[in-house]
Design a protein around this ligand. Structure first.
Ligand SMILES: Cc1cc2nc3c(=O)[nH]c(=O)nc-3n(C[C@H](O)[C@H](O)[C@H](O)COP(=O)(O)OP(=O)(O)OC[C@H]3O[C@@H](n4cnc5c(N)ncnc54)[C@H](O)[C@@H]3O)c2cc1C
Length: 408
């Protein structure tokens, strides 16, 4: 079949990868100038079986409310008055229940573990060093209270079959012998892995091009229909016809859901920032999350990457934010050698496609026979890229998928 994948981020490229392996004639349509930009290029690159608690959870509501009024805190809301955001927020609050957390846990675990296995095979196929390693993720806690909470989470993780270890400050130091640390301890989630998103994305795109996938620059804003099918998508001047269409447009799906008449798809951009310190004052071995500060730290081939902050916002990139200042202050608290003057690096901004339930939309679209939705991966889209691509290919081939992600 002729398949048009709209969106060239990690979800679009992974969809194209598995669709091409099924023998389809695949075209990836992306906004002009986005080939090496966008959320999938500068993120933390952590593959996260540890993230089995969805964004919509009672704990998140509590933490979020505490942080809302501080402009340097890791969490904020840009426009309370935006009606779309109000609708999203209501759905989020409705979902943030213990029952939802219990239902979502096994789904997120399965998706992340399957994706990690698929990454391992894909990386071998790409035959490129992408900085991949499975050394786990340290949740580093400044305070004993946070460590106790993380230890609770670790016990829940163990019940889901994940491997964790609660570490005292001295045990943590043994894992990071060359790093000055100020922390009460950490939990080591051992199933997590990491890679360099920029290298992976470039290698994947090259592989797809070599295997006959077409890339087209066009900002899709219109669709043409015939009966119960989409006939073509485009911008009025350029229209691209296909048998099947995949909507993998990340945070900008918030603008396209109406065009594709998918009102059930509610996406808000979760704006985040990051920077890579090329000459770190000390070496860091393992990816980590500085728990109270909500900053993720990843050793990459070109330096140490720090990412963080979540600003629920319109899908607009911003060059900087007071939240980056807050992020830097908090990093120096955990890693005193990384003082503000050492935390240099170009500021990168990315837009997480946040669904209100914390689960992605990976299903057939409503109302059209030939539309597949692949969006809403929030803070784990890099992690869930391959499994999402595989779901898209399975849905198009009418093969069964393990979890029904059509209703959240
Ligand atoms: C600070 C930060 C840190 C993160 N760290 C991690 C991490 O460690 N691990 C992890 O798993 N995830 C992480 N994420 C999340 C991850 O980056 C995202 O979930 C993921 O990149 C989303 O991929 P996507 O393909 O859905 O969207 P995108 O990468 O945004 O791709 C969507 C594409 O669709 C295109 N598009 C949009 N509208 C149109 C249109 N109308 N026509 C044509 N094309 C269109 C865009 O140009 C874009 O190229 C992080 C995100 C941020 C912001």
């Amino acid at each position: 079949m002729k398949v048009a994948v709209i969106g060239g981020g990690i979800i679009g490229l992974c969809s194209a990868y598995y669709l091409r392996r099924d023998g389809h004639d695949v075209t990836v349509i992306d906004r002009p100038g986005e080939a090496d930009a966008g959320c999938s290029h500068g993120n933390g690159g952590i593959i996260v079986p540890s993230h089995f608690v969805p964004l919509a959870s009672p704990g998140m509501v509590k933490v979020g409310l505490k942080m809302l009024l501080d402009k340097e805190s890791p969490f904020g809301i840009e426009r309370w008055t935006d009606l779309r955001l109000v609708g999203w927020m209501l759905r989020f609050l409705q979902s943030a229940t213990a029952a939802h957390v219990k239902r979502a846990g096994p789904i997120l675990r399965d998706l992340n573990l399957q994706s990690r296995a698929l990454y391992e095979a894909m990386i071998q196929d790409l035959d490129v060093q992408v900085g991949y390693g499975q050394r786990g993720l340290l949740m580093i806690c400044e305070t004993q209270t946070a460590l106790d909470e993380e230890a609770h989470l670790a016990a829940d993780a163990n019940k889901l079959g994940l491997t964790t270890e609660v570490l005292t400050a001295a045990e943590l130091q043994k894992l990071e012998p060359n790093l000055t640390l100020r922390a009460a301890g950490a939990v080591h989630f051992k199933d997590d892995a990491h890679l360099s998103p920029g290298i992976l994305m470039a290698a994947l795109r090259k592989n797809l091009t070599q295997n006959g996938v077409n890339f087209l620059e066009c900002e899709v804003s219109t669709i043409r229909e015939r009966g119960s099918k989409i006939e073509s998508v485009g911008n009025g001047q350029t229209q691209i016809q296909a048998d099947q269409f995949v909507l993998a447009t990340g945070a900008r799906t918030q603008d396209l859901a109406a065009t594709f008449r998918q009102p059930q798809v509610k996406i808000v951009a979760g704006r985040g920032y990051g920077f890579t310190v090329k000459n770190p004052p000390e070496q860091i071995n393992l990816p980590a999350i500085l728990t109270e500060a909500r900053v993720a730290v990843t050793p990459m081939p070109d330096g140490i990457r720090f990412v963080g902050t979540m600003e629920l916002a319109r899908a607009v990139i911003k060059a900087d934010s007071p939240r980056v200042t807050g992020m830097k202050k908090s990093i120096s608290r955990y890693y005193p050698a990384f003082s503000a003057d050492k935390l240099k690096g170009e500021i990168w901004c990315g837009l997480r496609p946040c669904s209100p339930t914390g689960l992605p939309y990976l299903s057939r679209g409503n109302g059209f026979e030939n539309l597949v939705l692949a969006t809403g991966h929030a803070m784990m889209g890099m992690s869930l890229g391959p499994v999402s691509g595989q779901y898209v290919a399975d849905l198009i081939a009418n093969r069964p998928v393990q979890h029904d992600l059509s209703t959240h």
